[in-house]
Write a protein that binds this ligand. Structure first.
Ligand code: CA
Length: 219
């Protein structure tokens, strides 16, 4: 899953970026509001972590522009200006949650996961597919009622394929959801995730569409 981090402070930004990466997320880091705006216009993110105090265009302005454009990606707002008025401003501009600086990285990760669970579970009931039960809200998969452990990236590939049944997904589309701007993509990374998913969930779950990518056929 791909997260946009918007933070102008190098120290905080690099700490949050490293923490999110370690937790298995793909992270794009924008250091000012205009870059954030551009990234949001061109890339689909699962979550945005947004500092409010930014040079040029403020976080609140980024958020208002995002919401007025109809984008409902979950947004976790970070701010050093921890007054009640600032918090209300952020929430009124369309933030889903709020964290005052200084914050603990563990708490930030927990808030991110909670927002992702909420947004992925929104309207998405458990998906039954053959002998699999996939719960987007809880990020869990049962195979023949037995829980299967997936890595964050395997989970992202599975979710992309299972929510587009019958529609082949290109490698580029799958990679986009897994990797940030700076990350080097191993040329066979998607193949490795697909191969692991086949081992864990069933050899015939994901079909290779030659020259295009992969598909989970309609149930
Ligand atoms: Ca700042």
């Amino acid at each position: 899953m791909r997260i946009l981090l918007v933070e102008d402070d190098d120290l905080i930004g690099s700490g949050v970026e490293a923490g999110l990466r370690q937790a298995g997320f793909a992270v794009d880091w924008a250091r000012d509001g205009r870059k954030a705006n551009l990234a949001l216009a061109t890339t689909a993110y699962a979550l945005v972590v947004l500092d409010l105090g930014l040079p040029g265009m403020s976080g609140t302005e980024v958020l208002r522009a995002l919401r007025s454009g109809g984008n409902d990606v979950p947004v976790l707002v970070l701010t050093a200006r921890g007054t009640v008025a600032d918090r209300v401003d952020g929430l009124e501009a369309g933030a889903d949650d709020y964290l005052g600086k200084p914050f603990d990285l563990i708490e930030l990760l927990a808030r991110c996961r909670a927002l992702l669970r909420r947004s992925q579970g929104r309207g998405a009931e458990q998906i039954r597919y053959r002998n699999l039960a996939i719960d987007p809200g809880a990020q869990s998969v049962l195979r023949d009622e037995v829980r299967v452990a997936l890595t964050a990236r395997e989970w992202a590939v599975l979710l992309q394929l299972i929510t587009h049944q019958g529609v082949p997904q290109s490698r580029a589309r799958l990679e986009e959801s897994l990797y940030g701007w700076q990350e080097e993509i191993e040329s066979n990374a998607i193949e490795v995730h697909v191969s692991n998913l086949r081992k864990k969930l069933g050899a015939d779950l994901i079909r290779t569409v030659r020259g295009i990518g992969y598909v989970v056929e309609k149930a």
